[in-house]
Design a protein around this ligand. Sequence first.
Ligand code: SF4
Ligand code: SF4
Length: 167
Amino acid sequence: MSEKYQLEEAFDPQSRFENLEEFEPEFWKTKKLESMTRAEWELLCDGCGKCCLNKLEYKKKIHFTNTHCRFLNCNNCTCQIYANRFEVVPDCRDIDLAAVREKPRWLPKTCAYWLLDNGYDLPDWHPLITKRADSVHQAKMSLKDREIVSEVGIIDYDHYVVDWEDL
Ligand code: SF4
Ligand code: SF4
């Protein structure tokens, strides 16, 4: 990990959903992921933060741990170095089509990209449905208020494996 980074100013997740009227209504129902614009793609992220948990792979299966990337803001599940995340954290993954389709699956089963790509609709708590960024937290589908710990200083990740139903 690069030691050169600056934490970004706190970001208001609701600001992502301020201009929804500029988008085609329910565009996710008519467009495939590969045809979406960058702006549409970005809106699909529900802000759960679960892709920022550390994971282990055993026998071609991903096991999530309750340890999180040190740069996750646990209050609102946003990344504190979003603009520079790939430079600062080399194993931070871009959420692109290849990532969504990778096997074994490493995105949580609630992830909007994975759901749509596998023929499911968005859940009713998704911010695109509720128009509220915090609905993912209210539905208890995010990392907010869960028993999670920062990865700093952790070596024995296998002691932190969790089997939450929404992973
Ligand atoms: S798991 Fe999916 S929906 Fe949740 S924060 Fe990551 S990319 Fe967004
Ligand atoms: S650097 Fe990557 S893994 Fe870490 S909090 Fe940011 S987006 Fe998540």
